[in-house]
Design a protein around this ligand. Structure first.
Ligand code: G4P
Length: 527
């Protein structure tokens, strides 16, 4: 029998979209996010997100490093409504020094939007973030931004996406001109043209046409651009990948949209198509099988822990992705790892402006839970029944530092800080085999700074870090592992679970080791 809760759940689940925006710094993520929030009425004026970025989040700033650099260290979550949909954007830090948190946040998303600067193409950070999304097999939507500037040829950009990222593409719309000669975009599916008007960002000028060969387009764009559009469309129709929803759902084909975020051009078309094509909250794997969002039993997992949101209180916020059931403020849930029931009394939801207390939430939503130190990354909470969601992967670090404590008398606090910060996922800790040196591994430089800061301010320990030359880490498994074989341009260490990890100075050293030791298996993430 269908209960009232079942109905409510299926309605709430089907209208939700939870996604992350991935891009390289400066591609336009803040600008696009801001335009999307404007559509949802979540912010009143353009510039709010931007000024937040520049003028240091007054409400959620939690560390001097953020203030000094004018960036947000940790990703936040933005929620807004648009035409009956409830949208959760998982904001990933856009600066160069992204961290493992950025990767982990991607595990909470059901789809991703990839922004590419039309002049720059696929850049380094986009590639890294793409790979994490791609490994999860989630749908990826592409927005090629800054059409108002002279960019690269659209075909060349598509080819780069396919070559560098290894995903097929299907342009949903196509630019008519570019840069100074930008006239509009032709929507291949709705057969309409959106005209570009640099001076009026509020007016969205859509003109229905009979096809790309409609005379109306010639009148708008002029003969040469009309002819070029015709040739390009013919080529796409013949040689391009056809639209295939199944492939989109599996992350094998990316729908591509063109536009200019700053001019609010192509943004609404993108949003509306995205909402139609992107998946509602999807099931998550657990040790007792898949958990579906419409299951009435409440469940979720912690994907991120943010410390010191308020430096005066040293509180922590655990970010919970709701997987199934309904969340009610004050409800009691099972904290599976510690085997205790806990009451979720101070949940917070993250809106564009401030942190609000949440009364109820549904699958796909992210809630922030007050954490007096009881949560770890990957923890499962369940209304009833004991099961655990699959552990979040440990991502392969790329930067390494040897760490020592300056004052030997502080060794106990140092060890405590090291254990806790590793548990929270701030850094990964390794021990060198034979020498017992402590080595920290991170994916972004900022994690070192966060570690140093928190050691000093939370544990009262001054530490010394010296950077090491290693760039790659591979977990290794084999019958006989000989530390002597990891001396040249490499080092053998153990992770916190006692598993062997080999560090390499360069790709060549790593490949050579793999070739010379075929009896050993190498893994990019902890097996
Ligand atoms: P990010 O969050 O991905 O780092 O990028 P952000 O939105 O901050 O945009 C980076 C720069 O690109 C900004 O310029 C922004 O105004 C510009 N931009 C974004 N979308 C477009 C677009 O469609 N066309 C053009 N021409 N520029 C765009 P800035 O000079 O760094 O900042 P500001 O001084 O304009 O605020």
């Amino acid at each position: 029998m269908t209960t009232k809760l079942d109905q409510e759940l299926s309605q709430e689940v089907s209208r939700r979209r939870t996604f992350a925006i991935i891009s390289h710094p400066d591609a336009g993520k803040t600008t696009l996010t801001e335009k999307l929030l404007l559509y949802g009425g979540a912010i009143r004026e353009a510039g709010s997100v931007k000024s937040r970025k520049a003028a240091k989040f007054a409400t959620s700033d939690w560390m001097e490093i953020e203030k000094q650099r004018g960036i947000s260290v940790t990703s936040s979550v933005l929620q807004f409504d648009y035409k009956g949909h409830r949208i959760n954007i998982l904001d990933t830090p856009g600066h160069q020094d992204f961290s493992e948190d950025t990767y982990r946040t991607l595990t909470a998303a059901d789809s991703a939007v990839m922004i590419i600067d039309s002049a720059k193409g696929v850049e380094a950070q986009t590639k890294k973030l793409f790979q994490v999304c791609s490994a999860r097999g989630i749908p990826i939507f592409t927005f090629i931004n800054k059409l108002d500037r002279e960019g690269r040829d659209p075909f060349e950009l598509l080819e780069e996406i396919e070559q560098v990222l290894g995903i097929r593409s299907h342009p949903m719309n196509w630019p008519i001109g570019m840069g100074r000669s930008l006239c509009g975009i032709y929507d291949r599916h709705k057969t309409q043209v959106e005209l570009f008007d640099e001076d009026d960002h509020d007016r969205i000028d859509l003109r229905p046409v009979s096809g790309y060969d409609d005379e109306v387009i010639m009148k708008m764009a002029g003969e040469s651009q009309f002819k070029q559009l015709g040739e390009e469309m013919e080529l796409l129709d013949v040689a391009g990948d056809p639209f295939d929803m199944e492939k989109v759902a599996k992350g094998e084909l990316t729908p591509v949209f063109f536009g200019s975020a700053i001019n609010n051009f192509g943004v609404q078309t993108f949003l509306e198509n995205f909402l139609t094509l992107a998946p509602a909250p999807t099931p998550r794997k657990s040790d007792k099988g898949d958990v579906t969002p419409t299951d009435s039993n409440f469940s979720g997992y912690v994907f991120k822990i943010q410390a010191n949101m308020n430096p005066a209180h040293r509180d922590r916020i655990a970010f919970l992705r709701i997987v199934s059931g309904k969340f009610d403020r004050g409800m009691s849930v099972r904290h599976v790892r510690v085997g205790k029931d806990i009451k979720l009394s101070q949940p917070q939801q993250f809106l564009a402006q401030d942190r609000d207390i949440v009364q109820s939430a549904y699958p796909g939503d992210i809630v922030g839970l007050f954490d007096p130190g009881i949560f770890r990354i990957g923890d499962t909470l369940s209304g009833k029944g004991e099961f655990r969601f699959d552990e979040l992967p440990t991502f392969s670090p790329e930067l390494f530092s040897k760490v020592t404590v300056k004052n030997a008398l502080k060794h106990k606090q140092y060890q405590k800080g090291l254990d806790q910060l590793a548990e929270e996922g701030t850094i990964q800790v390794f021990t060198s085999v034979g020498f017992e040196d402590i080595i920290l591994g991170v994916v972004g430089q900022l994690q070192f700074e966060v570690f140093d800061y928190r050691m000093k301010h939370e544990y009262g320990v001054d530490i010394q870090m010296s950077r090491m030359n290693y760039q790659f880490a591979r977990w290794i498994v084999g019958e006989r592992i000989d530390p002597g074989k990891f001396r040249i341009n490499s080092l053998l260490v153990k992770d916190s679970h006692g598993q062997y990890v080999a560090l390499f100075e360069n790709e060549y050293a790593m490949r050579t080791a793999m070739e010379k030791m075929p009896e050993i298996q190498f893994f990019a993430t902890a097996p």
